[in-house]
Design a binder for this molecule. Structure first.
Ligand SMILES: Cc1cc2nc3c(=O)[nH]c(=O)nc-3n(C[C@H](O)[C@H](O)[C@H](O)COP(=O)(O)OP(=O)(O)OC[C@H]3O[C@@H](n4cnc5c(N)ncnc54)[C@H](O)[C@@H]3O)c2cc1C
Length: 436
């Protein structure tokens, strides 16, 4: 192994691996430096891996729709290089339930603009397709400790429920990253594990390389921060955090597992459900389980983490009760186990919950960060965006003045990457939640 590369990528999650694949396919000699023992073991390893298209901006929607086709045609993207086999995409669609006052046109206009299909269901069709659901409204979501939590509902959900067929979930997120790693290696990329970056070295106004915990120095004219929830730590090392208008922080999040209700098999008939009325989402999970997450309703205090290497990795009984009891309102027959079961990990959240895919004020140092709990699905597209931004900037393009335009591969859309700038104004149309 030499110490000189064309590009060093910090992190081997979905983001770092996808960037390695694209850059190595463009002929660059890349090295991913990962402090864990394998790829996809960071926050990607605990993702719910939900693929969906409803986002609050046109660009976010386009990214997700383009991303959907990578998952649908996974082998076309990663080839067949992985001795572990390929990750599997369950192409089952996503149902979105909202409270009465919600204006669905926010999403539907964006879907129309991009010609993404959707189906409007009335509550009768909802009852036919999801017979285990009640159509009462529980909005605004509450915590179980709220004395009004069990008050009888007085209203119904939005009379329109929307099914977005271009969605689903991936069965094994860690394996999906490994698939990309093997594809990147086939194109010449290298990966270094158990190697922690502790310093970003500079020469003049440019990045010169990274220093590892064991003292080893690796050199490259391009370094990419794809460190997930550690992104702000790496930005501080590079001395650029203060020069960015939009910052990133780590946020602790839990997801829980409960059995499918007896009368409805999620494994056989289920879709993904985003239930903004009840404040959570759920999807089928192997073993005829349901995986239950939260959509960050206002009643839940956000758990910011100062040190991403030191957070409580155990499921908390309070959050288990909140998430599981809320979904039990929608599914009254849900059997709730006595023993909480779930996973805990960190989101890498920006000030407006929209990611940063950009250059930085340090020459050669690039950012693929702030994925805000919702960018696993976009990993392959992020690889394309970053590789095109990097190639353009390294060839002298002024990306800050004239953001790189990227022609997406799977849909007829050219993306203005300026929306993902580190120096944008806060995007007020964002949901300021995991929904993006
Ligand atoms: C509970 C949960 C549920 C989610 N559900 C969904 C979902 O359903 N759909 C969706 O689209 N998204 C979802 N997300 C978000 C999604 O998982 C992330 O956007 C995505 O996985 C981020 O990938 P990444 O590669 O940027 O980060 P990571 O996977 O965290 O990779 C970063 C890597 O950098 C390494 N690293 C950090 N610091 C250093 C250092 N100093 N030196 C070397 N290596 C370092 C880390 O070890 C890590 O492996 C969810 C996230 C969580 C936590």
């Amino acid at each position: 192994m030499t110490n000189n590369y064309d590009a060093i990528i910090i992190g081997a999650g979905i983001t770092g691996a996808a960037i390695a694949l694209e850059l190595s396919q463009k002929g660059l000699k890349t090295l991913n430096v990962e402090k864990l023992s394998d790829s996809g073991m960071g926050s990607t390893g605990n993702t719910c891996a939900i693929i969906r298209t409803h986002y609050s901006t046109l660009e976010g929607t386009a990214l997700a729709y383009d991303g959907y086709f990578y998952w649908k045609n996974w082998e076309d993207y990663v080839g067949n290089h992985d001795e572990k086999g390929l990750a599997l995409f369950h192409d089952i669609g996503m149902l979105v339930i909202k409270p009465k006052e919600f204006d669905f046109n926010k999403y539907l206009d964006l879907h129309d603009a991009l010609e993404i299909p959707y189906e409007k269901w009335d509550l009768e069709k909802l009852k036919r397709r999801m017979p285990h659901f009640v159509d009462d409204s529980f909005y605004p979501p509450k915590r179980p400790e709220d004395p009004t939590f069990t008050d009888p509902p007085t209203d119904k959900i939005n009379p329109t429920v929307v099914f977005f067929p271009r969605g689903g979930y991936v069965n094994d997120a860690t394996l999906s990253v490994h698939n990309i790693q093997r594809a990147a290696e086939a194109a010449g990329a290298q990966f270094l594990f158990n190697a922690e970056v502790v310093d970003i070295r500079k020469q003049g106004d440019r990045v010169a390389g990274v220093t590892l915990k064991d003292g080893k120095m690796l050199d490259a004219p391009v370094v990419v921060n794809a460190a997930g929830p550690h992104s702000f730590v790496i930005n501080r090392m590079a001395g650029i955090e203060g020069s960015m208008k939009i910052k990133t922080r780590s946020l602790r999040h839990e997801v829980h597992f409960v059995p499918s209700p007896a009368e409805f098999s999620y494994e056989k008939e289920g879709s993904i459900v985003s239930d903004g009325d009840a404040g959570g989402y759920h999807r089928p999970e192997a073993g005829n389980l349901i995986l239950v997450g939260s959509e960050d309703p206002a009643c839940d205090e956000l758990e910011w983490v100062d040190d991403p290497d030191d957070f409580d990795g155990d499921v908390s009984i309070d959050q288990w009760n909140a998430q599981v009891y809320r979904i039990a309102k929608r599914i009254p027959s849900l059997a709730i186990p006595n023993q909480p079961r779930g996973v805990v990990d960190l989101y890498d959240v920006t000030d407006d919950w929209i990611p940063i895919y950009d250059k930085s004020d340090l020459g050669g140092f690039y950012l693929a960060i702030g994925t805000s709990g919702n960018q696993y699905k976009n990993g392959p597209v992020i690889g394309q965006l970053l590789s095109e931004i990097i190639m353009a900037c390294e060839n002298g393009h002024n990306h800050d003045n004239s953001p790189v335009q990227v022609k997406l591969r799977n849909i007829d859309y050219t993306l203005n990457t300026g929306i993902f700038s580190r120096n944008r104004e806060i995007i007020e149309g964002s949901t300021f939640s995991v929904l993006g």
